[in-house]
Design a protein around this ligand. Sequence first.
Ligand code: UDP
Length: 235
Amino acid sequence: MDGMGPLLYEGKAKKIFAAARPDQVVHYFKDDATAFNAEKRGTILDKGVVNNRMSERMFRLLEEHGIHTHFIERISEREMLTKKVTIVPVEVVVRNVVAGSLAKRLGLSVGTAIQPAIVEFYYKDDSLGDPLVNDDHLRLLNVATPAVLRELRESAQRVNAVLKPFMADRKMQLVDFKLEFGVYHNKMLLADEISPDTCRLWDMSTGESMDKDRFRQDMGKIEEAYQEVLKRVWG
Ligand code: UDP
């Protein structure tokens, strides 16, 4: 690959390499999968290819709708060139339907519609298990000012306003998803990835999960589900 430099960082699902320009990086998408704060580990064949291609589609779509992202170009099956951002250590979760940790925490039935969508913040810290936090906690931690949190919340709602109907047109219900943001030359950009690892997607005709819940809950046909999501997203 042209201009691929040394490994800068290795995460659970991606490696980040230096690029030719110091303010850009190359993301390499792995097949490794983890769940439950990395207590469960495994491999999903060609997940890296699916997540790279799906993220490309999602970032291009969001850019078309005026949402600024770190995406520059997809350079190979598993590699994406992006702007090099400083990640804000907050996972921004948007929910349209009750599932996962929300169902457990509040005792709500899985599948209950949430209208309008809600946004949650989690403090990105593996040793703490990414706790749910509010604006005051993030200010206390010096992670983000109220103005930045307002920007993240608004951005997340705009992303949802684009992705929810896009998925519905492809017969997938966008249940919830996680976003990460980063700062690049003083500008806030949507970063990380948007994939079946970071979204819950339910088939609209069967109600079946087409995302990482198949891995979390050992539901089988994981590879098939990821490929089907990719097909619908690009189809
Ligand atoms: N999510 C993620 N990374 C995380 C935690 C959550 O991508 O570290 C995504 C997850 O796939 C789902 C949404 O965020 O689409 C909400 O996840 P939830 O809080 O329900 O947690 P989970 O049930 O995954 O533990």
